[in-house]
Design a binder for this molecule. Structure first.
Ligand code: GTP
Ligand code: MG
Length: 192
């Protein structure tokens, strides 16, 4: 994908604050600190378009980005981080669920998971909930650089089994090596 422009549009908490649903949109979701914002930067060949941080809970709002004035990416706040203030955590559920269930221009969700961690009930429920809403999903196993090739393959199989999906439907990725970037773009293009 040739990135001619990539711009931050705005942050939102509730639907009245979303930008107009004029372009097909892809949302990025996953646990706090898993690497959602880093993944978006890597896909767009930008170092700091989206703020990243080694401290979990960095992204606390729904952030909209416009790409090539053709489509949008949405960086969602991460879930599952205890140190996020209670007020923010309470808002997370309604904030994300209303976005995902109501956004007319949403074409799919990129679900990002840490390759080192076997997904739990939170991930399974989220996948089921998206499936019920007929929202297509792309599942990414990120931070692949943290494992040897052999361990990557083992985790891929274990995670595919846990999620009851074909291992060929999971994409291994790393911001450090760029591994998987083309595969993600191909999957994103199909949804757009
Ligand atoms: P929140 O917004 O807090 O939910 O986090 P996030 O999911 O947006 O994660 P972010 O992109 O801010 O990255 C979190 C940390 O993980 C940062 O220190 C990144 O440098 C690191 N990180 C992200 N992707 C990778 C990767 O592929 N490999 C390695 N080794 N580190 C990564
Ligand atoms: Mg983030």
């Amino acid at each position: 994908m040739k990135i001619k422009s990539a711009e931050f549009i705005k942050s939102a908490v509730k639907p009245s604050q979303y930008p107009p649903a004029d372009f097909p949109e892809i949302a990025f979701s996953g646990r706090s600190n898993v690497g959602k914002s880093s993944l978006i930067n890597t896909l767009l060949n930008r170092k700091r378009l989206v703020k990243t941080s080694s401290t979990p809970g960095r992204t606390q709002l729904i952030n909209f980005f416009s790409i090539n004035t053709e489509f949008s990416f949405v960086d969602l706040p991460g879930y599952g981080y205890a140190k996020v203030p209670e007020s923010v955590r309470k808002e997370w559920g309604p904030m994300i669920t209303s976005y995902l269930s109501m956004r007319k221009s949403l074409k799919g969700v990129v679900l990002i998971m840490d390759i080192r961690r076997i997904p739990g009930i939170v991930e399974m429920n989220f996948i089921d909930w998206l499936s019920d809403l007929n929202i297509p999903q792309i599942i990414i196993l990120t931070k692949a650089d943290k494992l040897s090739n052999m361990k990557q393959k083992k985790q891929l199989i274990a995670i595919a089994q846990t999620l009851c999906v074909d291992k060929n439907d999971l994409i291994m990725f790393s911001t450090k090596t760029g591994q998987g970037k083309d595969n993600i773009w191909n999957a994103v293009k199909k949804l757009l």
